[in-house]
Design a binder for this molecule. Structure first.
Ligand SMILES: [Zn+2]
Length: 329
């Protein structure tokens, strides 16, 4: 647990940090050329009727790597066997080794991470970043059980800039990204959970994903007893726009990948925080999210809970300078 002044600060602000990441995205041309390499080769093979066939022994270039220490990083360019990757703090680094990643359907984004971006903090001292990661790891396990490939944007307690998370999802050509959060400050007492889902302004896919995440989470929470829920009056699925009309939250605004951010419940409500601290909880939440993802990928279900949305200027987030890269190994 960190100092009480810090905890107090966190409890009065939303748990997402919309303006924490103002760094411009590096050009994506290199990643794009890697992504089209294989379709081009396939097309050439299919249409060539004379002369030698192109070599089929060339392995496709990876789109991202899991570093030797377990950190997923998007590849910016490749020369020979040496990759240049984007670190979690947004720095370019050479990386010669790692587990190659190719197209991956689902990207799971555990919100926050590291010493300076803990997210919301419960009165017990439990930080949101830990709960988010536990749910994310459980979700990856349940998706694997269902035969759905996924990667995480962060795999341990280290910081990761929003534009790097967005870049990773786009690099692996994900069909969807789910950003996992737990909310603050307190809503009002409510008969129903205060789950909120934020979706991309101009994306029907993001809206459908958000609707399904909301519907399946509410179904799962319905079965929980002994929790005194809190909720904002407009809880549900919504866009959150800044006064200029753009998506206010960076992890919603930045990726091309259809993305939804779910605030599963309230860290600032002691009875909810007690639930989040149990060993069973990550699997309760992850089971709901896995069912929603399965429905998104395999059905035309639209979900539920859609509301009119919010417009406001969010508070500045964590300083962009406070980012220390994890060891890539
Ligand atoms: Zn958060």
């Amino acid at each position: 647990m960190r100092g009480s002044a810090v905890v107090g600060l966190i409890l009065v602000g939303a748990c997402v940090a919309p303006f924490a990441e103002v760094v411009e995205l590096p050009p994506q041309t290199t990643t794009t050329s890697v992504a089209v390499a294989n379709p081009t080769t396939s097309s050439t093979v299919a249409t060539t009727t004379t002369g030698p066939l192109p070599s089929t022994t060339t392995l496709p270039s990876p789109l991202a790597l899991i570093s030797p220490s377990g950190v997923p990083v998007p590849i910016l360019r490749t020369e020979g066997r040496l990759h240049t990757v984007l670190t979690p703090c947004g720095n370019e680094r050479p990386l010669a080794r790692g587990t190659p990643l190719f197209q991956t359907d689902v990207v799971i984004d555990p919100g926050h991470g590291g010493e300076y971006d803990t997210g919301a903090t419960a009165r017990s001292g439990l930080p949101e970043k830990d709960v988010n990661l536990r749910v994310a790891l459980a979700l990856q396990e349940l998706l694997t059980d269902r035969g759905i490939a996924s990667i995480l944007t962060r795999t341990a307690d280290y910081p990761s800039r929003l534009f790097v998370r967005a870049r990773l999802a786009d690099a692996v050509e994900a069909k969807l990204m789910v950003s996992i959060h737990h909310n603050a400050p307190n809503g009002f007492r409510s008969e129903t959970p205060g789950t909120e889902v934020f979706i991309q302004r101009d994306s029907a896919e993001s809206a459908r994903l958000g609707g399904l995440l909301y519907q399946y989470t509410m179904d799962a929470y319905d079965n929980l007893e002994g929790v005194d829920w809190t909720a904002a009056g407009d809880a549900g699925v919504m866009t959150v726009l800044n006064p200029e009309g753009d998506d206010a939250y960076g992890i919603i605004r930045m990726p091309e990948t259809p993305t939804a951010l779910i605030e599963l419940g309230y860290m600032s409500n002691p009875t909810e925080a007690r639930l989040f601290s149990t060993d069973a909880y990550p699997y309760v939440a992850a089971h709901a999210l896995a069912r929603a993802i399965e429905a998104y990928l395999g059905t035309a279900e639209q979900g539920s809970g859609f509301g009119p949305g919010r417009t406001f200027r969010p508070l500045p987030g964590i300083s962009a300078n406070r980012c220390v890269d994890p060891d890539l190994g």
